[in-house]
Design a protein around this ligand. Structure first.
Ligand SMILES: O=C(O)CCC(=O)C(=O)O
Ligand SMILES: [Fe+2]
Length: 328
């Protein structure tokens, strides 16, 4: 039975209990706060420095830039030779195509140990390249293609003229080659021949200069004949049957004398990011095996004139050509 007194006592006890609970709760919260504080400062207070927020955002943005730069770089082609750099010898080994190896196997001493592509700035001096550049400019002024590619072959005398070829040696009144031109030309092609033999580990006597070996002047003029379309992907061994080793000597500078006109090797035609480029530089020699292991093209020239010489070698003695002789 509940008495009034009993009710009062109960209320008091409830109040006491509530008070106790409240103070217990308070204690609990206090000790949690303390624990929180203790946790926060377990190893000492976090270091703080002025403008912390600005710094952390700056670092985040920098990180994003580094990430974007890395990925943009890895999705670009490989530059084998930059115009601004000098290389003793730089290159890549590639698997010889079977047709190529079968072909050179017929000629002992001419089989490469490994197929590949190489550049060197130490074979031909810039002075020698300059003499050949002046020769090309002088002789090409006697003709010139209406389209983007003027070709001059000093062995046969063929020179592009409008949309055909003429024989410069037939123009008796013109002094075409000086003894110095001839000596430099012969010296340069001999040095390149030795460099190819050394680079590919073959016998220099098994290599012969072959046709066509020619000077080229490339521009941004619209093509008039198929000869002017120099930017098509091709394999030298397919275009010129006698070729086993191709070399190119650049006579002027990419980015200075002309824009565009880089030389490009393709590793995978469906993936341009696997391309390997060579930026022409005065006196730079590029050497490669001429089979399907080395498909390539020249980028269109967008400004200026690009001068180069294609110097070709064969293992087949019946396809050998002689150096040009003195013509006056
Ligand atoms: O001039 C060049 O860089 C390349 C020319 C070429 O591919 C060729 O003559 O077959
Ligand atoms: Fe070629």
């Amino acid at each position: 039975m509940k008495t009034r007194e009993g009710n009062v006592i109960k209320r008091k006890t409830d109040k006491n209990n509530k008070g106790k609970k409240d103070s217990e709760n308070e204690k609990l919260l206090k000790s949690e706060d303390e624990a929180k504080d203790k946790n926060t400062f377990k190893y000492g207070p976090m270091p703080r420095f002025p403008s912390q927020r600005i710094w952390s955002r700056g670092i985040l943005i920098l990180g994003i830039f580094v990430y974007l730069w890395y990925f943009s770089k890895s999705s670009k082609e490989t530059v084998l030779a930059k115009q601004t750099d000098l290389y003793h010898r730089r290159g890549q080994v590639v698997h010889c195509s079977t047709e190529y190896l079968e072909d050179v196997k017929q000629y002992p001493g001419c089989v490469p140990q490994q197929c590949g592509r190489y550049v060197s700035d130490k074979i031909v001096t810039t002075h020698e390249a300059e003499i050949l550049l002046q020769l090309a400019q002088r002789v090409m002024a006697l003709g010139g293609s209406k389209g983007g590619a003027t070709i001059m072959d000093l062995h046969s005398g063929a020179l592009s003229f409008d949309d055909k070829f003429v024989n410069v040696y037939a123009q008796k009144k013109n002094k075409i080659l000086t003894p110095t031109d001839l000596a430099v030309y012969k010296l340069v092609r001999t040095k390149i021949q030795n460099a190819i033999a050394d680079t590919f580990g073959i016998d220099v006597a098994s290599l012969h200069l072959t046709h066509p070996t020619f000077f080229s002047r490339l521009s941004n003029l619209k093509p008039v004949t198929p000869h002017d379309e120099y930017w098509h992907i091709h394999i030298d061994k397919h275009t010129y049957e006698s070729f086993h080793y191709t070399s190119l000597l650049y006579l002027n500078d990419y980015g200075i004398d002309f824009k565009g006109g880089r030389f490009v090797f393709l590793n995978d035609a469906s993936s341009p990011t696997k391309n390997v480029t060579v930026e022409p530089r005065k006196g730079r020699v590029s050497m490669f095996t001429s089979g399907s292991e080395n498909p390539h093209f020249v980028e269109p020239v967008t400004e200026g004139l690009r001068f180069a010489i294609t110097v070709s070698f064969t293992c087949d003695p019946s396809k050998a050509i002689q150096d040009p002789v003195h013509k006056v």
